[in-house]
Design a protein around this ligand. Sequence first.
Ligand code: SOE
Length: 402
Amino acid sequence: MSTTDRELRIGMVGYAFMGAAHSQAWRTVNRVFDLPARARMSLICGRDTGKVADAADRLGWDAYTTDWRDLINRDDIDVVDVCTPGDSHAEIALAALAAGKHVLCEKPLANTVAEARAMTAAAETARAAGVWSMCGFNYRRVPAVTMMRQLVADGRLGVIRHVRATYLQDWIVDPQFPLVWRLQKDKAGSGALGDIGAHIIDLTQFVTGQRITGVSAVTETFVKERPLPAGSSGLAATVDGNASPTGPVTVDDAAVFVARLDGGALATYEASRFATGRKNALRVEINGSLGSVVFDLERLNELEFYDATRPGVEQGFTRILVTEGEHPYMSAWWPPGHIIGYEHSFTHEMRDFIEAVATGVDPAPSFADALQVQLVLDAVTRSAEVNSSWTEVEPTLAAVAV
Ligand code: SOE
């Protein structure tokens, strides 16, 4: 393993789901990959003293603080890892870049295009001083997804005609599920669109090398009022002057859109939190003139590949088990066939971030790449608001059997 004594001292803000996933990756990355620097889990930050102290102990951080500005101002922190809800990404990342800290920021980059533009401009300025930044679209780092990109880049699919992407969850199907931060626009920026739609936007652009140039979209909020979480403050909607135990959902529950990509492909996207039975179901299919490839997160060690250049009698979708040593990232893990999981994508993300920062090259996806995703999110939201392309179906006069 690595013999380097060079350290990158990490300060992470946030300790919930993404904080835990990033902590696992920071703990593991130097034990698996030989890198020019070692990540030191120096400081974790969270607002609640008791909870962040517990997180420091449980997740393996040297120390903790409740003030992210303290974290940023310390001379013994080199990297700021932003794992907070989207409403604080810009403030924290801008301050960290100004303080000369490298930044890894969770997706989506920001809650608005304006914030994303400011973060991208600050990242451009910081880059000139050798300060690097990256946005954490982790699914790019699933070996099968990286291999998907290689198949397209190598021309194995020919001209890309279709992109078909869905990201489906069902954790808020119950109308009694409380009004958590992900369901509040001022905290999350958007709902399923920005949370999981951002992933399939980034992933499909990464795999095809094409960018989305236009969209036509519909969004829906199926459950418009939800119980307030226990201990909510400031959220209590009042009804006739009396505190109401519910509050308004201010984000989309589902977003569906068609898109054109700049290489000519036609694409469909669906991001929903109401796909009952689908827990974290991300699926992307790319159809080209010479073949097709399918990635399914529930079988993340595999790709389905259709090679239309094979003799007709041999044609059919084949299953590629992406666990060989020559597959992306896999030589660092186990022998062929010993599969990896969701959390490995974060370890690969930290691997690439550490190598880029330690060798002084731009990590990908950059804030500029993430800004492009933000621009697509914004276009989808604006399209859904006006949706001028929406054509009503003429109602029939008589009831018809459907
Ligand atoms: C939403 O529940 C979520 O946690 C996303 O925020 C993550 O980005 C995704 O990887 C899993 O689902």
